[in-house]
Ligand binder design. Structure first.
Ligand code: AMP
Ligand code: ZN
Length: 112
């Protein structure tokens, strides 16, 4: 499949592996929006959060617990933000489910 994050997951596009399990991979965002900006992806392809069901509850839980573990590794004790852009109105640009982990600065609300 011609999917950028599948190529990253399979290693055919090399990235810095910040965290990895059999199911997940985390790597730096190429266009960081905060001092720490990391993407966490499942190695299996799901086009977006909207393409998951309760069958993926375990995997989705792993994405969140991995984010918390990575945030701790990255020393984001002051806090951080997780974002899952979903679909066109959600601002999703890469069609492979991913969690953004943003930190190292104060986040405003509401988001843009
Ligand atoms: P989204 O807009 O939520 O779909 O996020 C896609 C993210 O992927 C953006 O923040 C991009 O900067 C990031 N991105 C695109 N290509 C790469 C790449 N080759 N390596 C790392 N991050 C990427
Ligand atoms: Zn993919």
């Amino acid at each position: 499949m011609d999917c950028l994050f599948c190529k990253i997951a399979s290693g055919s596009i090399p990235v810095t592996h910040l965290f990895e399990t059999d199911q997940l991979l985390a790597f730096p965002d190429i266009n960081p929006q905060a001092p720490t900006h990391i993407l966490i992806i499942p190695k299996l392809h799901f086009s977006s959060l909207a393409h998951t069901t309760s069958e993926q509850a375990g995997l989705l839980g792993q994405l969140l617990t991995a984010a918390a573990e990575i945030a701790q590794q990255q020393q984001l004790a002051a806090g951080y933000r997780l974002v899952i852009n979903t679909g066109p109105d959600g601002g999703q640009t890469v069609g492979h489910l991913h969690v953004h982990l943003l930190g190292g600065r104060h986040m405003s609300w509401p988001p843009g």
